[in-house]
Design a protein around this ligand. Sequence first.
Ligand code: IMP
Length: 433
Amino acid sequence: MPLDILVGAQWGDEGKGRITDRLSAQADIVARYSGGDNAGHSVTVGARLFKLHLIPSGILHPRTRAVLGNGMVIHPGTLLDEIGSLAAAGVDVGPQRLLLAPGAHIITPAHRALDGAEEALRGGSSLGTTGRGIGPAYTDKAARLGVRAEAMRDPPAFAEAVRRHEERLARLLESHYGCAAPDPGESARLYREYAERLRPHLAETGALLAEALAAGQTILAEGAQGTLLDLDHGTYPYVTSSSPSAAGALLGLGLGPRHVRRVIGVAKAFQTRVGAGPFPTEVHGQMSERLRGTGANPWDEFGTTTGRPRRVGWLDGVLLRYAARVNGLTDLALTKLDILSGIPTLLLCSAYRRHDRRTADLTGTPAELEGFTPDYESLDGWDADVSRLQSWESLPAGAHAYLEHVEQIAGVPIRWISVGPERDQLIVHEGAA
Ligand code: IMP
């Protein structure tokens, strides 16, 4: 009855979708547990690129069911769009395969308007949110003012709840932010239609997941965002409003810790971040263009959800070690190793310096990162194209040295290495300790 939890070990966009895609081939259920359509997974299957924001990429495997957990915030319009595009591509997204937790919260038009209004009010110190209404939806959840997915069981009553909710937020938007608010009546009409279409997907997911575990099935909990964006353990206030780290999976699905078999952290072979906030190993200039790519390829470092160019930098081992601690990682998956091919000297941050003192572990919280400078180790790179390699043994010596160093710093074995965007461009490191 195993539960495997897959989390982002950095600031999101680590390439979790690909690893989930591989692992979900052996899972009976793949469940998203936190966040909303601020996330974006790109999964390439054959010639087709799927961009998913809410639905776990595991849905692409015919025998795997997908769950949207109670820890999520759902924009019903986005969900229906994804259902529509997957269905058009021949993927079965019927109510038996795609299950929505009643306790998930609903994102409304006023939430999105508030997200933008709050960012505008912050001006130069804005967080760089995705503008999807995530923060305001979780704010209402915590304030016990939110509308939950379960209300969609009765579409007219749901529409009425949405209307009242939108009227309250309209007053806030107009009086506090001085903004025009979305029309509550219009939102109510639209959301009633959404409820009619989504209610067949509502299911008692907590009980269903527990029964699946009891029956010996495998569940993969699919994280969105990343540990350093965690509301409690990330670089606050430059974080998202949910709990992407491993503990969030239990809360966001309604399962206890005794079921956990593995906690898999996904990290890029380098470091990226979108939005504002500290980033000790950030690089600029030529090297940043090298790591980011030009945007010509879908896997270049431009946001899946917002299209924004991502900030890029060298791999931060101190933060990776921190992510290993916060999540209790048992395994690592390192993605985009192929991007490092051809860089003569690779830098790897194994410690920080502050006032001439060296520290290999994060002291204080990641929110205090601003005062630290990275202490780099230089490693020889490799020239060979690794993107078609299929085994750990065939990787060049420079790549072995790099990977082994990362394992040593993180204190966690690297079990998967992705070397390209295709499904099969994934090396399984069988001999990982
Ligand atoms: P929010 O989640 O839209 O409120 O955005 C808060 C912060 O988290 C911003 O810096 C976003 O850029 C970042 N963020 C949210 N979701 C993702 C994601 O899926 N990948 C990377 N960054 C994200």
